[in-house]
Design a protein around this ligand. Sequence first.
Ligand SMILES: [Zn+2]
Length: 143
Amino acid sequence: MPGQVAVTEGAFTWPSDSPRLLGSRCTSCNNHMFPAQDGCPRCTGTETERVELGTRGTLWTWTVQGFPPKAPPYIGDDNPLTFKPFGVGYVELPGQCKVEARLTEADPAKLKIGMEMELVFIPLKVDEDGNEIITFAFKPVES
Ligand SMILES: [Zn+2]
């Protein structure tokens, strides 16, 4: 039976009622990383542990992807005729790290550096078996 499949293994808890991004934390200097890494680029420590990251942060910088990214590796819609532009940004999770992610908003008038964002999970496309490929994204918090 078709269902929902995570776009990548290990980037977030899935399936889950409240999915979270999975990063890593350096046990020496508390540096947080996403995607998870086994070594710490800040202190060169080699001891890290997997942690679930926060679901809210602020928009650090952003752009709008106005044309289809190169496929592969891009697995979304790469047909220039049907492709819809999407926002891409870095969201800074307080006390943790910056996460590069797709944004649900692609209208430059509605994106502002420093705005509050929350983690959501959205279907990227439907595969040949009818499964929805789920990815993570950040969505502006309605004020
Ligand atoms: Zn470290």
